[in-house]
Design a protein around this ligand. Structure first.
Ligand code: SF4
Ligand code: MSK
Length: 658
């Protein structure tokens, strides 16, 4: 019999401080060890990643295989069907893009379904909250708004946006928002998306055995599919969520496990769909349920978010946030979670076992996501309170019967969140001359060196949050303004960088801008689906002028330093296809020194798009991004302007000491 590794050995191998730089999570990892409970960190340590799979050198697309090629001798062998390593890697990569894009677009389509039912009056628990946003979005795709009723405009908007998903031929509606030169490049390359369903279907078809066997042609469809996500499914999800629930503007919120309260009924919502969370907000404020909580001996009901719907609700309403992806099991070890409700995406199956260990009821709510061992209470947009009220009632019962010790890490990090693309316009220009002009001017004059999007997951294969935090600190120190979403935003919030005072960590130029405006050097924009806000901000920068005529010309770069999901690959690919240099950490699922690798890491840039980069090291990553930003500044002829604002050594020493 093979020898099993006892959990006690695992606890000796992994010191909590080695798996996470989040103190609260480390405290809970230590507690899990004492309680003999296994978390994702332990499973990662005991699951050696298959090197052939990690390199994408393995194909299991048909039963003549699986075929394993050798990454060390990539052209020494082909699959049984004759597929080369470039075909195999491109197909595997393409399927990651298809799956990631499908996740975002299915979510977006669910938001659009809800919008349709609200507009036609069949759903009354939600309403159009932000009519100004409705008018802006409608106008951006040439829907007439003058002198028309909100109802008529909303009906037209629904009909138009449905094409994002279902259209068979033609360009998706939000192609109209793409800077002209970028769009021209896409047209020339034949990668303007039609409808997301068509693009995802075609990519799945092409990656079937015996169909597309040229890595360049597969990559073309990867671009088209990823763009149908970024400028399609994801963008619709964000815009419709804003219309229904309000466009975020800066709000102060607490982040970290200390947002749980020992004397309250604690409910966590985790996932990606705001409708479950919005309904839960109503349920926890229901006087009847609040009374029931008090009758059970609680001070009240405490609703907190995790992962991406948590980031979205924090940005929109200031709801406290308890932690990112890698902390979702660890937080259950507090014993203080009276219910966890989940919907879709990034919900670890391991939650069920940890929840059982700590007597926390775990509820799945979405028909797309059931988990063995969890209780399923289906959420229905037509009767949302049926689900969320029941979860609250179950949480109150659990609170009343709490029998395990409670240990809540006493750490909270306040910060300012909720920087939508619209608010950036207002913040920098004021209500009378709101525009991106001040941002562009500060980039041109060199106070701001460039803009970086730092986004994406955390991953138990690297020390949680550490790569995000070190990367962002290095970027802002070098005057790069950082835009963030998703689990990365939460990592930096926990590191205290979401306060305006953290501007003291920035270089002198960025610090001056932050202090003038009163903003942090790191701007959080919401969930991973809200990466579309970064695309909109980039388009506005191009449209405002002075920084080139395509996204590819902007002094900008992107990174997902601790990525783990297929959604991240789709996001990375749509940023690359939009013209952004995008650097990933952890690992990259492609063998180096192959034709497909050269295409992704160089060839796409030669076509007028962006390109991929990779390094697990945060400092190297920062300097790869800064070098790219400087290259773009030089090409724009604004590198000289930057020299005028260079600081003296004394100033620099002060920044380093801060
Ligand atoms: Fe092997 Fe080709 Fe089948 Fe892939 S498609 S498993 S490479 S025979
Ligand atoms: S939740 S995709 S771990 S950002 Fe959007 Fe976080 Fe990545 Fe999931």
């Amino acid at each position: 019999m093979p020898e099993k590794t006892p959990k006690t050995v695992v606890s000796k191998i992994l010191a909590p401080k080695d798996v996470t730089s989040c103190d609260a999570t480390a405290q809970m990892v230590a507690k899990a060890r004492r309680d003999d409970v296994e978390l994702c960190f332990d499973r990662a340590a005991n699951m050696k990643a298959c090197p052939i799979g990690a390199d994408s050198a393995c194909c299991k697309h048909c039963s003549m295989g699986p075929c394993r090629l050798n990454a060390k001798d990539p052209y020494g062998k082909v699959g049984v069907c004759g597929a080369t390593i470039d075909t195999i890697m491109a197909r595997n990569f393409g399927r990651m893009v298809a799956s990631g894009a499908a996740a975002h677009t299915d979510h977006g389509m669910a938001m659009l379904d809800l919008f349709r039912e609200v507009v036609n009056g069949r759903i009354t628990d939600y309403e159009i909250k932000d009519t100004e946003k409705l008018l802006d979005v409608a106008a951006s795709i040439d829907i007439e708004t003058e002198g028309r009723s909100i109802q008529d405009i909303a009906n037209d908007l629904y009909a138009e946006l449905e094409r994002t998903y279902t259209q068979v031929e033609g360009e998706i509606p939000f192609a109209k928002r793409v800077p002209e030169k970028t769009l021209e490049t896409w047209r020339k390359l034949g990668i303007v998306p039609r409808g997301a369903m068509r693009e995802i279907m075609e990519l799945m078809h092409r990656t079937h055995i015996g169909v597309d066997q040229h890595y360049e042609n597969i990559t073309k469809q990867c671009n088209r599919t990823a763009l149908s996500d970024g400028w399609g499914g994801s963008m619709v999800a964000t815009e419709i969520s804003d219309i229904l629930y309000g466009t975020p503007s800066p709000v102060v919120a607490d982040v970290n496990m200390g947002v749980l309260k020992e004397n309250m009924v604690n409910i966590i919502i985790h996932g990606h769909e705001p409708n479950l969370f919005e309904s839960m907000m109503a349920s926890v404020n229901s006087p009847v349920l609040v009374e029931a909580a008090k009758a059970a001996g609680a001070g009240g009901i405490n609703l907190v978010g995790m992962c991406c719907s948590g980031a979205e609700m924090m940005s929109r309403h200031g709801i406290p946030h308890a932690g990112n992806f890698t902390s979702t099991e660890a937080i259950l070890c507090t014993g203080a979670v009276d219910a966890m409700g989940v919907d879709i995406q990034c919900i670890k199956q391991g939650l069920a076992k940890v929840a059982e260990c700590y007597q926390t009821p775990l509820f799945t709510t979405n028909p797309r996501c059931h988990i063995e061992g969890a209780t399923h209470i289906e959420f229905n947009d037509h009767t949302p309170a049926d689900c969320t009220d029941e979860i609250v009632i179950k949480a109150i019962t659990r609170f009343k019967n709490r029998s395990l010790p409670v240990e809540i890490p006493k750490i909270t990090n306040p910060g300012v969140h909720g920087f939508s693309a619209e608010y950036i316009t207002y913040m920098l220009g004021g209500s009378f001359r709101g525009s991106y002009t001040p941002l562009n001017e500060n980039i041109i004059n060199g106070r701001i060196r460039g803009v970086a999007g730092v986004v994406g997951c955390t991953n138990p294969r690297v020390k949680q949050d550490w790569v995000h935090v070190e990367l962002v600190r290095e970027l802002i120190k070098n005057d790069v303004l950082v835009l963030q979403t998703g689990c990365s935003q939460i990592a930096l919030a926990k590191a205290g960088l979401y306060t305006p005072e953290s501007a003291c960590l920035a270089g002198p130029g960025l610090r001056e801008v932050c202090e003038t405006v009163g903003m942090p050097p790191v701007l959080g924009m919401g969930s991973c689906v809200d990466n579309s806000r970064i695309l909109i901000a980039a388009s506005e920068m191009v449209r405002t002028g002075g920084l080139g005529s395509s996204i590819a010309e902007l002094p900008a770069a992107g990174a997902a330093p601790e990525w783990m999901s297929e959604k991240a690959i789709s996001i990375g690919q749509y940023f690359v296809a939009s013209g952004v240099y995008t650097v990933f950490g952890v690992t990259f699922p492609i063998v180096e020194n192959t034709k497909f690798h050269k295409l992704l890491f160089n060839g796409l840039e030669e076509q007028g798009l962006g390109k991929w980069g990779f390094t697990p090291d945060p400092y190297e990553m920062a300097h790869m991004m800064i070098a790219h930003i400087d290259k773009k500044r030089k090409a724009l002829g604004i590198d000289k302007a930057r020299e005028r604002v260079l600081v003296d050594m004394n100033d620099r020493r002060q920044i380093d000491a801060a």
